[in-house]
Write a protein that binds this ligand. Structure first.
Ligand code: COA
Ligand code: AMP
Length: 619
């Protein structure tokens, strides 16, 4: 079907206060605008519409928290009312359409309620993942300049309680654009002290709040900003519009995931990531599905059977998670013995994304679950899948190692450095011919030049994904590696460049390099190599230890930065470029070639010795 016609028809499936008369405005590439004169509201499409259509008593949200023992359920009626009241709290604090609200919360229903409450009044939410430390939160506060921050006293990890509120207080001390108010959800396991005048208690505020109605917004008004790692310490604020997101996410629920209203959909991720935005919060609710907020891990809460328990307790039809979750389960339960304890007859498919899916993991999951295991490829920028085996249309043969073909709406090509298309089977830069479909990013927050430069300037007329790969003779796409400094740790996207910036701040460090090394569980792990300033006579181990703590304090525990060593010098080309790729190949035990441009080949031998000392390549 013609691209424009597909998205014209798809738009008739969602609620508009004023239906769009134009499908796509192409007048200012790469700033394409879908449904430019449409008027709608994302919260209305997620909640009110289902109440209005008679599904108010159907379950909208299930909260299951093995780390606290809590379980709660909300019907569409209940969730709509709760969201409308919290929207009243925000409105009462002066939050207006277009204002930003930062949400820094663990996996509790209130995170989703806060997001939808923003959408209800046309405010722009920006959710910050709880595993980021105060400094990262402060950077996002300064960029988004929120009127209000919504947070919680703590999050609960299997081994410890993470005190969010002190991190928030520290971030606010560091930030220059301080909000007037913070609304804090006090959790019984670790209540937080409140800052008089600034901090307000969630329960108290919502108890006296007046419910407010949905505010009509333009289709191109931002629904949210989600920061993601780029090549520098300054994260990219991906901006998603409202109308395109509603149309595309609802379309994807039907066509990619084969979900129908009333069925239960579970994305085992976190609301702090794009998967959480698109497939814990918006997609399932737009489509009238029941969604799940799971506060736990695939293993250890309490055992590797926890995913199976949740599937059987709530009759989950489709599970979506990252391959790393399955690697963790498989490691603890290689024979899948925990699967036999549960009735998984409701499960029709498993979708994996967030990192390259190794064929072993895919085949293990397929074998143990007996349902199609579908790898699909997408990014924070695109908001939904670029490539997938569309279960709702026609399931194509599954080829391990490939997320199948481009999804309708994405015209994926492979280009060489000169921007020429390469023959089938040849690796090159994976790009998407413009325009990107609805629901993809429309800008970077307050950085339109960076938007153009980072994504659309290298290959004019194409969106540069930052991934390299190839397309085979059958149109199957293989995503092999990033072309930039981004690494993927347990499905979490991180920037080695940002870690290098932090390490360079250590007073004893003259120079450093961070590379992503292969890890059997998390896919990749960051590994740092430090060159010290001349004359430093403190112990190398101590400096490496301090550097590890630096990254943990500045970026957060999510970086999983635990491998670090001091070296005499870094291998470089004659022009001074650090040979990160070659060091990575050595660490991963791959065959590698001595770069012709290397300044001093002996540096690589020294590095190989240091890497060996850190356990790389694993024996
Ligand atoms: N708030 C605060 N801290 C958090 C956090 C949160 N929401 N999420 C993770 N962290 C912390 C963890 O406690 C851990 O800290 P530690 O170094 O003190 O132990 C660190 O960040 C790394 O966490 P994580 O990446 O979750 O690693 P893990 O070793 O605890 O667990 C897995 C490994 C594979 C079980 C886990 O990564 C997982 O479940 N992954 C599923 C995939 C996923 O959700 N992907 C998201 C994109 S789809
Ligand atoms: P994020 O923006 O956090 O979703 O990370 C996006 C990046 O994760 C992509 O650019 C890829 O490098 C990687 N990625 C996501 N899904 C896949 C997949 N199915 N196969 C290979 N890589 C993937």
């Amino acid at each position: 079907m013609d691209n424009i016609e597909r998205w014209r028809q798809a738009a008739t499936d969602v609620f508009w206060y004023q239906a769009p008369t134009e499908v796509l405005d192409e007048s200012k590439p790469p700033f394409y605008r879908w449904y430019p004169d449409g008027v709608t509201n994302a919260c209305y499409n997620a909640l009110d519409i289902h109440v209005d259509e008679g599904r108010g008593e159907q379950l909208a949200l299930i909260y299951d928290s093995p780390v606290t023992g809590a379980k709660r359920q909300y019907t569409f009626n209940e969730l709509r009312d709760e969201v409308a009241r919290f929207a009243g709290v925000l409105a009462g604090l002066g939050v207006l359409k277009g204002d930003r609200v930062i949400v820094y919360m663990p996996m509790v229903p209130e995170a989703l309620i806060a997001m939808l409450a923003c959408a209800r009044i046309g405010a722009v939410h920006s959710v910050v993942f709880g595993g980021f430390a105060a400094h990262e939160l402060a950077v996002r506060i300064d960029d988004a300049a929120p009127r209000v921050i919504v947070s919680a006293s703590c999050g609960v990890e299997p081994s410890h309680v993470v005190r969010y509120k002190p991190l928030l207080d520290e971030a606010l001390d560091l930030a220059h654009r301080k909000p007037e108010h913070c609304v804090i959800l006090q959790r019984p396991m670790e209540p937080a002290s409140m800052h008089a005048g600034r901090d307000l208690d969630w329960e108290t505020e919502i108890a006296s709040a007046v419910a407010v109605d949905c505010v009509p917004v333009n289709a191109n008004d931002p629904l949210y900003i989600l920061y993601t790692s780029g090549t520098t310490g300054q994260p990219k604020g991906v901006v998603r519009d409202t109308g395109g997101s509603i149309v595309a996410l609802k379309w994807s629920m039907r066509h990619v995931y084969d979900m129908h209203p009333g069925e239960v959909y579970w994305a085992a991720s976190d609301v702090g990531w794009v998967v959480g935005h698109s497939y814990i919060v918006y997609g399932p609710l737009f489509n009238g599905n029941t969604t799940l907020i799971y506060e736990g891990k695939p293993v250890g809460t309490p055992d590797p059977g926890s995913f199976w328990r949740v599937i059987s307790d709530y009759s989950v039809k489709v599970l979506f998670t990252a391959p790393t979750a399955f690697r963790a389960i498989r490691k603890e339960d290689p024979t899948g013995s925990h699967i036999e304890r549960y009735d998984l007859s409701s499960l029709k498919a498993l979708f994996l994304a967030g990192e390259r899916c190794d064929p072993n993991t895919l085949e293990w999951a397929q074998d143990k679950l007996g349902v199609p295991v579908i790898d699909h490829w997408w990014q924070t920028e695109t908001g939904w899948s670029i490539c997938a085996n569309c279960l709702g249309d026609e399931l194509l043969p599954i080829v391990p190692g490939s997320p199948a073909r481009a999804v309708p709406g994405y015209d994926v090509r492979v280009l060489d450095e000169q921007g020429e298309e390469v023959p089938a089977g040849t690796i090159g830069a994976l790009v998407v011919k413009c325009p990107l479909p609805p629901g993809t990013f429309i800008n970077l927050w307050k950085a339109p030049e960076r938007f153009e430069k980072a994504y659309f300037s290298h290959f004019p007329g194409y969106y540069e994904t930052g991934d390299a790969g190839y397309i085979d003779d059958n149109g199957y796409i293989f995503v092999m590696a990033r072309t930039d400094d981004v690494i993927n740790v347990a499905g979490h996207r991180l920037s080695t460049g940002a870690m290098e910036e932090v390490l360079a701040e250590h007073p004893d460090v003259a120079e450093c390099a961070v590379i992503g090394v292969a890890d059997a569980l998390k896919g990749q792990l960051p590994l740092g190599l430090l060159v010290l300033n001349a004359g430093v006579d403190r112990s190398a181990e101590q400096i490496a230890k301090e550097s590890i703590q630096y990254v943990r304090d500045q970026i957060g525990p999510v970086a999983a930065f635990k491998l670090c060593a001091v070296v005499n010098r870094l291998p470089k080309t004659r022009s001074g470029k650090i040979l990160r790729g070659t060091m990575r190949s050595i660490a991963d035990g791959e065959t590698w070639k001595m770069p012709a441009t290397i300044d001093d080949p002996a540096t690589l031998d020294e590095i190989a010795e240091v890497l060996k000392g850190l356990g790389y390549p694993p024996q």
